[in-house]
Design a binder for this molecule. Structure first.
Ligand code: HEC
Ligand code: HEC
Ligand code: HEC
Ligand code: HEC
Ligand code: HEC
Ligand code: HEC
Ligand code: HEC
Length: 208
């Protein structure tokens, strides 16, 4: 019940927030004007921690808008990520594209492939912003992008490079009985979905 109440409060806050706000910020509309990522997100290139707020300062908008509402960054499941270190390595577009083409990319790539010829290093991870009227998950990298390079998979140890240790790493399918039940053939496992966290090759207590 407490959980339900919590959710209702969050929902009410969301509805109120939506009503109070004007239109969401559209990357599509602003990129069409020729504005660049770092023109607005200047701090991103130096950012070394996930806790950094790399959203624009309202000063950036002042030349064109009297008033600008800029919220807080969306929550991330990561505890560690450095924009600075990764941007120093160059543009990841080609590398991710090559993984998709060679079928070593470990999740369904969906619509990602057609965005990867970009000359903009930000857009190799944050795709499709030029088509986005409300920024969301589709504009954020998926775990499989990272695993193209961070490809030593050994749960839960390898996970802690990017995530906090703990139960959130386990998908909902992994009930307490899952270890025993998964081998019975009765669960109709979606096997391709396992590889992102278990890899293609693993051994487990002699059965695999
Ligand atoms: C170079 C000028 C320019 C800058 C800088 C700029 N905008 Fe805009 N903005 C525009 C224009 C032009 C439109 C209308 C675009 C359209 O409808 O295609 C717009 C539209 C918007 C809208 C939609 C408003 C509505 O009611 O249609 C929002 C919200 C917005 N901008 C927020 C921002 C924020 C926040 C910033 C700063 C981070 C910003 N803009 C920076 C030019 C700018
Ligand atoms: C005109 C300024 C402007 C430009 C140019 C711009 N952005 Fe943004 N960006 C914003 C604003 C404002 C937000 C916050 C939007 C919101 O909260 O709805 C945002 C949000 C984001 C987010 C999501 C943050 C979150 O909280 O989830 C990402 C990622 C992002 N931008 C990346 C980029 C990239 C990459 C580019 C270049 C392709 C770019 N932006 C160009 C203003 C800009
Ligand atoms: C290697 C992939 C990658 C590249 C390249 C990349 N980002 Fe990100 N970006 C991420 C990840 C992962 C997150 C979520 C974790 C975090 O917030 O640090 C994120 C979050 C963000 C956010 C929202 C949260 C925050 O930090 O405020 C913005 C804005 C953003 N990136 C902008 C950019 C811009 C601008 C560039 C290019 C200069 C860029 N990113 C390049 C992976 C990338
Ligand atoms: C092109 C290959 C490549 C991709 C793609 C990549 N990384 Fe990395 N990452 C590296 C390398 C190489 C290092 C070590 C760099 C260094 O120490 O300066 C690193 C370091 C890190 C570290 C620091 C690890 C530690 O123990 O200190 C984290 C965290 C990380 N990456 C997260 C991510 C996330 C999250 C993504 C996806 C959004 C990602 N990486 C995508 C190559 C990559
Ligand atoms: C190199 C960085 C990196 C490593 C290593 C990594 N992940 Fe992730 N993981 C990510 C990124 C980036 C996302 C966000 C993408 C998304 O939300 O779809 C993510 C998302 C997730 C999510 C969804 C979380 C949520 O709240 O939406 C789970 C669960 C997860 N990872 C589990 C794991 C497990 C288990 C491992 C170890 C086998 C692991 N991750 C290793 C980068 C990493
Ligand atoms: C008693 C033997 C047995 C043990 C022990 C076992 N598995 Fe399995 N596992 C199976 C069988 C049989 C299947 C195929 C089930 C099916 O077809 O539905 C399977 C399927 C899987 C799959 C789906 C992908 C694939 O390769 O078929 C994963 C991932 C998996 N097991 C992980 C593990 C992990 C991780 C462990 C160790 C903690 C483990 N298993 C221990 C027998 C076992
Ligand atoms: C989001 C990441 C993720 C996905 C996807 C995933 N697993 Fe796991 N799995 C984990 C983690 C984390 C553990 C716990 C590892 C540990 O603590 O030893 C685990 C453990 C297991 C175990 C050991 C028994 C247990 O419950 O701890 C089996 C068996 C297993 N997974 C099978 C599968 C199968 C089969 C699939 C695909 C249907 C799958 N997993 C998909 C993250 C994942």
């Amino acid at each position: 019940l407490a959980d339900l109440l919590q959710r209702l409060i969050v929902l009410a806050a969301l509805v109120a927030g939506a009503a109070a706000q004007s239109k969401p910020f559209s990357h599509r509309a602003h990129l069409k004007l020729g504005l660049e990522c770092l023109g607005c997100h200047a701090s991103a290139a130096q950012s070394e921690r996930v806790e950094d707020n790399n959203l624009p300062s309202p000063r950036v908008c002042a030349g064109c808008h009297e008033k600008a509402d800029i919220g807080a960054p969306s929550p991330t499941p990561l505890t560690k990520f450095s924009h600075q270190r990764h941007l120093k390595m160059g543009n990841f577009g080609k590398l991710i594209a090559a993984a998709i083409d060679s079928k070593t990319y470990l999740s369904p790539p969906g619509d990602i492939r057609r965005h990867l010829s970009t000359a903009n290093p930000c857009a190799a991870c944050h795709r499709a912003l030029e088509e986005s009227d409300a920024v969301g998950k589709a504009n954020m990298p998926q775990m499989a992008d990272c695993i193209v390079c961070h490809n030593q998979i050994d749960p839960p140890f390898s996970c802690e490079q990017c995530h906090a240790r703990g139960p959130r790493l386990r998908p909902a399918s992994h009930t307490r009985e899952f270890g025993d039940e998964h081998s019975t053939g009765k669960l109709k496992l979606d096997k391709p979905s396992c590889v992102i966290c278990h890899g293609r090759q693993f051994r487990c207590m002699g059965c695999h």
